[in-house]
Every structure is written in C-alpha cells, then in structure tokens.
Design a protein around this ligand. Structure first.
Ligand SMILES: *Cc1c(COP(=O)(O)O)cnc(C)c1O
Length: 363
C-alpha cells in the first residue's frame, strides 16, 4: 500500500475508487459503463441531483444558494467570478496570500477594478495577512481559504461588509465553517473532493445576473443554474466520483468528523516537524495549514536523501512545490491517520540514521 501525500490530483478513499471502478464496467447494474450513457438518462440525472444535494446537506446551505458542477477547474473560476459579478466600473477586493490568489487577481483585472487589500508576497507567502480593511464599496472580497503551495490557511474568516468569496479548492469539506456567510465558494475537485475535471461552484442566488455586460453561455452562471449544470455535457465521470466521495464524507460522520481526524493528523505531523532536529516548518505557526504541511530540512543537501528514504517506505508525493522547496505532505480527507503515523516514523528513523552519519564519515 502506498501512502499518498500528493498535492493534487490527490488521494481518494479506497472504497470510492472501488465503486468508481465497478461503475466503469457496469453502472447501477445497467449492463452499461458510466462512461457510455447519456448525461440526460435518469440514472445520471440522479447522480447530479445527489451530488448537489450532498453539497447542500454537508455544508448546511440555505435554499438561497445554488450549487453547480462546471468544467474548467478552479482556474476558470478566477475569470468566471468577475465575469458574472464585477461590473467594468466596479471594484473587487482581493487578499493576496499565495500563488493562486495572485492568479485570481490577474484574471479579475480583465473585467473590472481590483483592490489588493494586503499581500504577503514579499515574505514568500509564509503567513496570512490579517491587518487590512475591506472597503465597503467593493463588489465582493475574495480570499483563498488554503494556500496549497505555501501551506498556510485562514483559520478565522474575516467579517466582511461585502459578499465574501473564497477559493476553497484545497480545504473544502475538511473543516466546519459557516458557508452561509459566503456569497460564493468555488473549488477544483481534485484536491479534496474528487478527480480532476470538475469544479464546484456555490453561489448566493441574489448575486447572479447582476452585472450589465453580456456573458457568453458557457461562462454564464445563470444559464448553468437554470440548466442544472447540464447546459452542455457535464464531466460525467468526475461528477460521479465526486458524488461518491461526498457520500463517503457523510458516512464518516460529515465534516465535523473529518475535521476531528484532520486536526489529529496535522497535530501529529507538526509536532514531529517541531521536535525532530533535522526538520523545520516553513510558515508562521498560527497560519499553518491542516491540509498541506510544508517543511524543509536544516541541511538542504539531505533533502533528496530523505525523499528517497520516505519513498522506499512507500510515502509518495512528498516533494515540495518548486517555489518553496523541501517537502509538502498533503493530508487531505481521504488520507488515513495511519499514513501520517507512518511518515512520522520515517522522519524519526531518518533522524537516528542521520545522527550516526558524521561518526561514520570520520572513520
Ligand atoms: C489547485 C488549485 C487551483 C487550480 O485548480 P485547477 O483546477 O487546476 O484550475 C486553484 N486554487 C487553489 C487553492 C488550488 O489549490
């Protein structure tokens, strides 16, 4: 068995993979594959309906929200959000807390004015800026809840006088929060919700259809909502596997249960990073992510060796993003506590070997 710490596409529950594999051969005992049936068939309509209903149920969303499953990943939402919500002469406020936030800002500038209220770019995004004011006349305020690359996370969402919008690609369904405080939430599925190929978009209905401009059909939230995310052929398999994963989250006890185990996993790993003489964390302690744990070695020249050492013990996907270096252990919902314990053991064993090395080389 591999311990999959990859950042994305990330680990999925074993049970979900088995169900998905079965559906590729014979979906719902229909004698057909999920890959070869009409998206308008009652069987697939039921999948889409259940996926949307599970999102609403798990997040306790009110009836004033719509849920969409769309093509194009989270990156398309960087543009689709301002396309639909930000008028040409209006301003949107953004928090620049990482690479993805930065990309969202870049795209918003195609559609209106952007006010970056704070940025931690100067310090290579090692913390979440907290000292800022949200302008009351902004159309919305955009934050990235979890910085997948740098390993920081917003633990307390700001009180916002304007609709709060969040890219939650790498931590949606990982912890409890009040989703009804948000105007819009989006997430690419492939970190913590399903396979690549689909993005989840949740929007408060009163925000839809409020800009003056004409919007081409495929980029228009209103049209996708009216058509139940079936304006064109949806990414059928990605929606199906996401639905299975949401079912799995519910069966585990919902988000509350996920959060409990996620906190336990993160606490164990950070405790070892802080204790072990070879390793150190890369971010401000109070902003540490409970999904993407970034760390480096005090002696960077040992990093390659540890990566191989961990790989020999079946810990894969640990290489840090090129902009941070070192290691990144993504500990998404589907990663069991035992995998974190396995990694911690590898770090401890490596420390023992490492500390005996200098003597060896002196002989
Ligand atoms: C991975 C990621 C994205 C990009 O997602 P795509 O689906 O590849 O477009 C955007 N935002 C965050 C926070 C991410 O982790």
């Amino acid at each position: 068995m591999k311990h999959n710490f990859g950042a994305g596409p990330g680990i999925l529950p074993q049970q979900v993979l088995q169900e998905a594999a079965q559906a590729v051969i014979n979906f719902n005992n229909s004698g057909l594959s999920i890959l070869e049936i009409s998206h308008r068939s009652p069987d697939f309509e039921a999948v889409m309906d259940e996926a949307r209903a599970l999102v609403k149920e798990l997040l306790n969303l009110g009836d004033n929200y719509s849920v969409m499953f769309l093509h194009g990943g989270a990156s398309s939402q960087f543009a689709m959000l301002p396309y639909n919500l930000l008028g040409e002469n209006e301003t949107a406020a953004y928090l620049d807390s990482g690479t993805w936030a930065n990309k969202a800002i870049k795209e918003a500038k195609f559609f209106g004015k952007v006010n970056v209220v704070a940025s931690s770019k100067e310090s290579n995004y090692t913390f979440i800026p907290k000292d800022y004011e949200i302008p009351k006349d902004a159309r919305y305020f955009h934050v990235t809840s979890n910085n997948t690359i740098y390993g920081t996370q917003i633990h307390q969402f700001p009180e916002s006088p304007v609709p709060l919008v969040s890219d939650m690609s790498s931590d949606i369904f990982s912890r409890e929060f009040d989703a009804n405080k948000f105007g819009l939430i989006y997430a690419g599925a492939q970190k913590n919700m399903g396979p690549a190929g689909v993005a989840l978009v949740i929007v408060r209905n009163d925000l839809v259809g409020t800009v003056e401009r004409a919007i081409p059909s495929m980029f228009n939230y209103k049209l996708h909502i009216e058509n139940g995310s079936m304006y064109n052929t949806p990414p059928v398999f990605a929606v199906y596997v996401s639905m299975l994963t949401l079912r799995w989250v519910k069966a585990q006890g919902g988000i509350k249960a996920m959060e409990k185990i996620n906190n336990e996993k993160a606490a164990k790993l950070y405790a070892e990073i802080d204790r072990n003489t070879l390793f150190k964390g890369t971010c401000a302690v109070e902003d540490r992510s409970r999904m993407n744990v970034c760390f480096v070695m005090n002696s960077p020249e040992q990093e390659k060796e540890f990566l191989n050492f961990a790989k020999e013990r079946d810990c894969v996907g640990l290489k840090g993003h090129r902009s941070v270096g070192g290691f990144r252990a993504s500990i998404y919902n589907a990663l069991p506590l035992s995998s974190v314990e396995h990694l911690v053991k590898a770090m401890q064993d490596f420390e023992k070997i490492g500390s005996s090395k200098p003597e060896l080389s002196m002989k």
